[in-house]
Design a protein around this ligand. Structure first.
Ligand SMILES: NC(=O)C1=CN([C@@H]2O[C@H](COP(=O)(O)OP(=O)(O)OC[C@H]3O[C@@H](n4cnc5c(N)ncnc54)[C@H](OP(=O)(O)O)[C@@H]3O)[C@@H](O)[C@H]2O)C=CC1
Ligand SMILES: CC[C@H]1OC(C)=C(O)C1=O
Length: 357
């Protein structure tokens, strides 16, 4: 929370019209043991905010600008206004900024950011369950590539449909919660689409990434995999084993498709469909989230859904499934461009998070 606030102040006695001054930079009072801090400012009284914005397609380093005067988004009836506490980056943010999805994108200018964790500041008239003050998290774009929102989560406020959100598990920090939505929903939906179930074996291509780290954990601890194999480079093998991988494959030293062991499902987060098809058992499935595919492999795009987060909350609360934050982060809001540069290396471990805002 900001340590500064705006307040009317008088520095001398006299007529209010003469002595009262509006000061935007007054220190928020420190609390005594028996006090509560009451906020009487709500976003409805705040009309402008700071946000990262781009108004042309290109490389984030060239086009992303920090704007302190962006209008706070208006609320639709089924939306809540969230005071953003943490946001997370996804490769789709970078690809969208490059214009790869411009045919189905929302017109520019755009505030990027799909993943958010924060506090409900205001609710629309049709909001049924969430209320002001609730701590929530979610992926703000129901269809990742079909007209994602103009006002994303790399901002002080964002407006999101209630159905895309879930209450943040108390045990998770806002940074941990922000790291999860798009990646964990992709992991869950991909496992469901592949028909994965208890007792089956799975090979995860890209085990150390934002999605792969969650596929490993969900397959093992939620779906009840008989065996989890995963690929990563040499330096990340122990890390993916720590997430639950039974067989960590160093793709810089061996070709997974040449191994004698075959799997019921291969979850491809890297774009290696042809090789993946050589790694499945007779009747097995390949589910991919990137690249071109051919049967029996299938490719899908994640759909944001708060009920998936609600379903997985118990596993997050128990610690069976853990958020994975890239150790180079979290990146403070003012360092969003550096955060995108790290994501662009393709070497991120887990998720790149932006905090504090
Ligand atoms: N269809 C959909 O709905 C979605 C698609 N995606 C897409 O899926 C891809 C993965 O997303 P995400 O996990 O967030 O990406 P990340 O940026 O988090 O992936 C980085 C990780 O990928 C690993 N990696 C890179 N190349 C290989 C390789 N050849 N073999 C094994 N691991 C590799 C790296 O590990 P190392 O350093 O060891 O190589 C690194 O840890 C992206 O292209 C993204 O756009 C993501 C979410 C949803
Ligand atoms: C079709 C893959 C595309 O969709 C998402 C969400 C990405 O990150 C992609 O690359």
């Amino acid at each position: 929370m900001s340590s500064k606030m705006k307040a009317w102040i008088c520095n001398e006695y006299g007529n209010p019209a003469d002595v009262l001054q509006l000061n935007p930079d007054v220190a928020v009072p420190n609390l005594k043991e028996d006090q509560v801090l009451i906020s009487n400012s709500c976003a409805s009284s705040v009309s402008k905010m700071k946000a990262w914005v781009y108004d042309e397609y290109g490389n984030s380093q060239d086009i992303l600008k920090l704007d302190a005067d962006v209008p706070v988004p208006n609320l639709e009836e089924d939306q809540v206004l969230i005071k953003v506490v943490a946001a997370a980056l996804n490769p789709v943010d970078d690809k969208r900024m490059l214009g790869l999805f411009k045919l189905t994108d929302t017109p520019l200018p755009t505030v990027p950011g799909y993943d958010v964790a924060g506090v409900v500041e205001k609710v629309g008239s049709q909001v049924k369950n969430l209320k002001v003050g609730d701590e929530v998290y979610g992926d703000i774009n129901e269809k990742a590539l079909d007209h994602p929102k103009e006002n994303g989560s790399l901002a002080e406020y964002t407006a999101v449909e209630e159905k895309l959100l879930a209450l943040k598990p108390k045990v998770l920090s806002f940074t941990e919660a922000a790291s999860l939505p798009l990646a964990i929903e992709t992991a869950y939906q991909g496992l469901e689409r592949s028909g994965f179930s208890a007792g089956k074996s799975i090979l995860v291509l890209g085990g150390a990434g934002g999605v792969g780290t969650l596929v490993i954990q969900l397959a093992k601890y939620v779906f009840g995999a008989s065996k989890v194999a995963a690929t990563s480079s040499t330096g990340k093998l122990d890390f993916i084993k720590s997430l639950g991988t039974d067989l960590a494959i160093d793709y810089t030293k061996e070709n997974f498709e040449d191994l004698p062991e075959k799997f019921d499902v291969v979850f491809d987060t890297v774009g290696q469909c042809d090789k993946a098809l050589k790694a499945i058992k007779e009747g097995g499935n390949v589910v991919a989230i990137i690249g071109s595919v051919k049967p029996p492999a299938s490719l899908f795009v994640v759909t944001s859904n708060g009920s998936v987060l609600e379903k997985l909350n118990p596993y997050l609360e128990s610690g069976k499934v853990k958020a994975v934050l890239d150790p180079k982060g979290p990146f403070p809001f003012s360092h969003a461009v550096e955060a995108f540069s790290h994501l662009q290396t393709g070497r991120a471990i887990g998720k790149v998070v932006i905090h504090p805002i």
